[in-house]
Ligand binder design. Structure first.
Ligand SMILES: [Fe+2]
Length: 229
């Protein structure tokens, strides 16, 4: 490894981040793919041992990618045949597997075998939002260690407030997929419908679907597609 290059230049993750602005997690047919690791499996020794990395990458992350493809196939199949309970079940599984795929893909590219420091714009933003780099480290350390059960500590950028933010994530998903840009949202908290619809949430949802501004959804779709260059 040369002093200047933290990651090999031709690795898939740095290429994707540089050229597309996003990690590529699907092939041209829309199937989920697991890219090669951006380094060999001993690269992170002794901090992360080869066997752990091997099992983690091949079976945990790899299993999630396989699972996500199966989930997607089942969603399409059952959507076609109108078996909506099956669609619901496989959607939950997809949230689990796809979220795992997204987070693991980012995780591998986040690691190297040298000590580095945030610089320039990132450092400025860290200082603005957390006071100092040390504060950020203490903060992400605390929330990562205190995740209840399995999960992740996550540093993210919140475009709505244009700031960095920290999230403590239980499991991978809680029925979300990281990175999704919302285009259309339907509030099904009771406060959204209870006065008029009482306990009839389904009736409320049916009504809302009649009054969606699809032009607004389309504008959001165009904006969201720009994120992937
Ligand atoms: Fe993992």
């Amino acid at each position: 490894m040369g002093g200047a290059s933290i990651l090999p230049i031709n690795n898939v993750f740095s290429q994707n981040v540089t050229e597309n602005g996003m990690d590529k997690l699907v092939d041209s047919n829309g199937n989920f793919i697991q890219k090669s690791l951006p380094y060999n499996k001993t690269f992170l020794e002794p901090h992360m041992d080869e066997e752990t990395l091997h099992l983690h990458y091949e079976f945990h992350h790899g299993g999630a990618v396989k699972g996500a493809n199966k989930d997607l196939e089942n969603i399409k199949k059952h959507l076609q045949s109108g078996e909506m309970d099956q669609v619901d079940m496989w959607t939950r599984k997809l949230a689990y597997h796809f979220s795992s795929h997204v987070l693991h893909s980012i995780f591998w590219s986040n690691l190297t075998n040298k000590k580095t420091q945030p610089k320039a714009e990132l450092l400025k933003q860290i200082e603005k939002d957390f006071g100092s780099f040390d504060n950020l480290k203490a903060y992400i350390s605390k929330i990562s260690k205190s995740v209840e059960g399995s999960g992740w500590g996550i540093l993210g950028y919140q475009p709505y407030s244009q700031s960095l933010t920290l999230l403590q994530c239980e499991n991978h998903q809680k029925l979300t997929q990281w990175g999704v840009v919302p285009l259309l949202v339907i509030d099904v908290w009771e406060h959204a419908y209870y006065l008029k619809y009482k306990n009839k949430r389904a009736e409320f949802v049916d009504t809302v679907l009649e009054i969606i501004n699809w032009d607004n959804v389309a504008e959001r779709f165009v904006t969201a597609k720009k994120l992937h260059g």
